[in-house]
Design a protein around this ligand. Structure first.
Ligand code: MEV
Length: 441
């Protein structure tokens, strides 16, 4: 911007100095600083831990940490920790879990646990010389990164394969080295990236030693990075029960009508990408809440899930349905690259607590729990959509957010909730009613 200098050294300022600088942008600098300080943890040591997760930290951003009981997964009962800001999600998960509790629960399975990463490079000499050395290169890279993979190998992980792929015709002369990793109980991002960066250094060395690279421009490394597209790190989760079990689900639907309408709703998500995105969003409501509560990277899980949903060239639902022999089975299949060691999983005090609540699962078990959370939320969403609609429950719960935003007193809140019990909730409606209420007092 004209005449303005960028801020330099912001990260080197103390927390208080950062707040002071930022508060100048606030309409009420004193209140701004006070409010931020209100959310610091009372134990300075915990506050220090929280601050060090990120940079330029000034406070903590609180989100609700809720519990969804009655999850029966592969015969074991869990209470799921869920961190989410959206009302109704925890209620929906709980409702669904309770429904399936008496119908066999969630049957889950880890399909695969391999994660890929790449070194992208330009190769300017004969392509055959590159491809002919693929196998030898694989052994060389695995051997020369063995010091980096030693601990992981002890835990059952490591590098599983290395291969080379041409990026022609779109990018002639460009190649990617693809490495597949097993990362045991960790999500493994740091491990994978460390190995890939080492490989990026080893790649030119290997070909130079062979006398294939003469000029330093013969091979140009562009970048080394894991891929969040993890279709070989997959989990599935299924629920099933006889059609009669869907009696009394609402809207006066018979069990057969409910099943028919449910199938229609899933078919719509399968055929219409516009619906599939929202259908899948409902899955991620549950998945992300669990993933966040356990200190995992929900952006990675989201990115992989959406890419997988579009893997056939058209964005599709992540769930599939089958109705045969009077039995309805409903299944979710999705990539799930999460871990139970490393990252925030043990470092964040509440993530650790989540792990404790879940009985300190290994990564495979956590993948399955997250999938169950996803299917539970999706089932509850579609159930609502084809019966009462989601707004009724949603807006009643959203009412409490509106009331808090409007800073209503406890007494006003009570009156508002009573008044809107049987009415359509909208921000404007609540605001108008509050004004009216205040005038009448
Ligand atoms: C809202 O967060 C999620 C839903 O829109 C999902 C769906 O439509 O299936 C209710």
């Amino acid at each position: 911007m004209d005449g303005q200098e960028p801020i330099s050294g912001f990260s080197r300022l103390s927390r208080e100095e950062r707040i002071e600088m930022a508060s100048k942008l606030s309409a009420n600098p004193e209140a701004f600083a006070r409010e931020l300080a209100c959310f610091w943890h009372k134990d300075p040591e915990v506050q220090r831990i929280l601050e060090e997760f990120s940079e330029n930290t000034v406070s903590n951003y609180f989100l609700p940490f809720g519990l969804a009981p009655n999850f029966l997964i592969n015969g074991r009962i869990y209470i799921l920790p869920m961190v989410i800001e959206e009302s109704s999600v925890v209620a929906a998960a709980s409702k669904s879990a309770k429904f399936w509790f008496t119908r066999g629960g969630f049957q889950t399975e880890v399909i695969s646990t391999i994660k890929p990463g790449h070194v992208y490079f330009k190769w300017k000499v004969n392509q055959d010389l590159l491809m002919d050395h693929e196998l030898e290169l694989e052994s060389y890279l695995i051997e020369h990164t063995s010091h980096l993979t030693e601990n992981m190998r002890k835990r059952g992980g490591g590098i599983r394969s290395v291969s080379i792929h041409a990026m022609a015709p779109e990018m002639p002369g460009h190649f990617k080295l693809e490495a597949s990793f097993e990362t045991a109980d960790s999500m493994g991002a740091n491990f994978i990236n460390t190995c890939l960066e080492a490989m990026a250094g080893l790649l030119p060395e290997f070909f130079r030693d062979k006398g294939i690279l003469i000029d330093e421009y013969d091979l140009e490394i562009i970048m080394a990075i894991l891929s969040n597209y993890t279709p070989d790190c997959m989990v599935s989760c299924m629920v099933q029960c006889p059609e009669e079990d869907f009696a009394g689900m609402g809207a006066g639907l018979s069990s057969l009508e409910f099943v028919g309408k449910f199938k229609e709703a899933v078919a719509i998500a399968t055929h219409d990408p516009a619906r599939a995105v929202t259908h899948n969003k409902g899955i991620f409501n549950g998945v992300d809440a669990l993933v966040l509560a356990t200190g995992n990277d929900y952006r990675a899980v989201e990115a992989a899930g959406h890419a997988f949903a579009a893997a056939n060239g058209k964005y599709d639902s992540l769930t599939g349905i089958e109705f045969s022999g009077g039995n309805l089975s409903y299944e979710l299949r999705m990539p799930m690259a999460i871990g139970t060691v490393g990252g925030l999983t043990g470092a964040h005090p509440l993530a650790r607590l989540s792990m404790d609540l879940l009985g300190f699962p290994d990564a495979r078990e956590l993948m399955q729990i997250a999938a169950a959370a996803g299917l539970a939320n999706n089932f509850a969403a579609v159930w609502s959509l084809i019966t009462s609609g989601i707004q009724k429950g949603h807006m009643q719960m959203h009412l409490s957010n509106i009331v808090n935003t409007l800073r209503a007193t406890a007494q006003e809140k009570e009156a508002i909730i009573r008044y809107f019990q049987d009415k359509q909730v909208s921000y404007r409606g609540v605001e108008d009613y509050l004004i009216q209420l205040r005038r009448s007092l």
